[in-house]
Write a protein that binds this ligand. Structure first.
Ligand code: SPD
Length: 401
């Protein structure tokens, strides 16, 4: 049997397994054991567990009450964050002002974060999932509601469109809100102008055999499948299996051209001269900064492809297992202070959700702010419900091709 046939066979078995789980035919433990036998990684299985929920059960936001706030000052809190995503001085300043030590640990993808929480990892007071993953975590009851009115007054300064996004809208959640926005941005690709000219305007060069070995992509299921789908003119949230299959095949065909899938070292790749690097907007500015700063801006271009691309919002949220609900709220409020948010944006090079922070932001950190025309081509990733299993399988096929 060829490798592709094995993958297809496994996909059929996995779909059957999901159906059984939805009908209550097997327990969660049996599902996990059998999915592992199919050769899926523990991370993938962890993420799939929630996707195979009960059939016909309309997804309903959890009905919860606001937890009581214990105002005991903690000695420390832990933030589980994306890499290079917080100015380390901010943690020191917060400690100087409150006495609370802030620890930071890192994840590299939303799926890794979800798998960690589903596997029962604890010890995080704040996590930073992106839009669709925040929605999945709310629906999976992995997050606790925030007391924004009581303890996060700086939320008032958040940009209006980011106050009640579709992925966390109190109107759909019994008045509860589970996150506050941290940074927002876009996904495109950087080019090195000394190696690529003229600057492209679409996704085509990333699929061109002439560029074999010159391409680095994010190691990210939804971002890469989103790229494949958008390049074909489809929605990055499609639930049409034929469209997803087409995008999957396109990514499989592209794979020999790709030098690395990496969601951590994009800055380094740009600096080292990789001609095409799929990344997030802040990575481009980080790279220019490392190359020498503003005077070296011409060495790198940023492409937001004409066929469309993903826009995202990363949202500070609190796992149900957080050790200090109070400390987490204090830190979220601190981060949303305009001056602190501006300082943070000037270090991470991403766009803060607090407009007043711009007065305190290095203007260079704002140069990739997308225009309205750009944003019109963008699409936010959404929770796909049980169709998420198909994306998981598609990505497994790409990575194992
Ligand atoms: N270096 C941290 C970058 C975090 C960017 N946000 C990720 C969005 C994923 N859809």
């Amino acid at each position: 049997m060829e490798e592709r046939d094995i993958v297809n066979q496994n996909q059929k078995e996995l779909v059957g397994l999901c159906k059984e789980a939805k009908h209550g035919g097997i327990t969660r433990r049996q599902f996990v054991e059998r999915a592992l036998i199919l050769g899926l990684s523990a991370g993938t299985v962890g993420a799939l567990v929630g996707a195979c929920g009960e059939e016909d059960a309309e997804p309903e936001a959890p009905q919860v009450e606001m937890p009581v706030m214990d105002e005991t000052m903690p000695e420390e809190i832990t933030v589980y964050n994306w890499t290079d995503y917080m100015d380390p001085d901010i943690r020191k300043q917060f400690r100087a002002e409150t006495g609370i030590k802030v620890n930071e640990t890192y994840f590299a993808s939303n799926e890794e974060l979800l798998a960690k929480l589903r596997a029962g990892s604890t010890g995080y007071d704040i996590i930073v999932p992106s839009d669709y993953m925040c929605q999945i975590m709310i629906m999976s009851e992995l997050l606790q509601p925030l007391d924004i009115d009581g303890y996060i007054p700086n939320f008032a300064g958040v940009a209006e469109p980011l106050k009640a996004p579709t992925f966390d809208n109190p109107a759909d959640q019994g008045g509860m809100k589970y996150s506050v926005p941290y940074f927002y941005g876009t996904t495109g690709y950087a080019t090195r102008t000394d190696k690529v000219s003229p600057t492209p305007t679409d996704w085509t060069p990333l699929f061109d055999p002439a560029n074999s070995g010159k391409i680095q992509l994010l190691d990210d299921e939804r971002e890469c499948l989103g790229m494949g789908l958008k390049s074909l003119g489809y929605s990055a949230n499609t639930k049409d299996q034929a469209e997803l299959d087409e995008a999957t095949q396109k990514l499989i065909d592209q794979k020999p051209l790709v030098s690395t899938y990496d969601s951590v070292n994009m800055k380094r790749a740009i600096v080292q001269g990789v001609p095409y690097v799929m990344c997030w907007d802040g990575d481009v500015l980080m790279a220019i900064d490392a190359l020498g700063g503003e005077d070296y801006q011409d060495m790198v271009d940023w492409v937001l492809p004409s066929e469309g691309f993903v826009r995202w919002t990363d949202a500070m949220s609190m796992p149900v297992s957080a050790a200090s609900r109070y400390g987490g709220h204090l830190f979220m409020n601190y981060i949303l202070d305009p001056e602190v948010a501006g300082q943070n944006a000037s270090w991470v090079w991403y766009l803060s959700a607090v407009p007043a922070s711009r007065d305190f932001t290095d203007p260079f950190a704002l140069i990739l702010t997308p225009s309205d025309e750009d944003m019109a081509r963008s699409e936010e990733l959404e929770d796909l419900g049980e169709f998420a299993a198909a994306y998981q399988m598609a990505w497994t096929k790409v990575k194992s091709a």
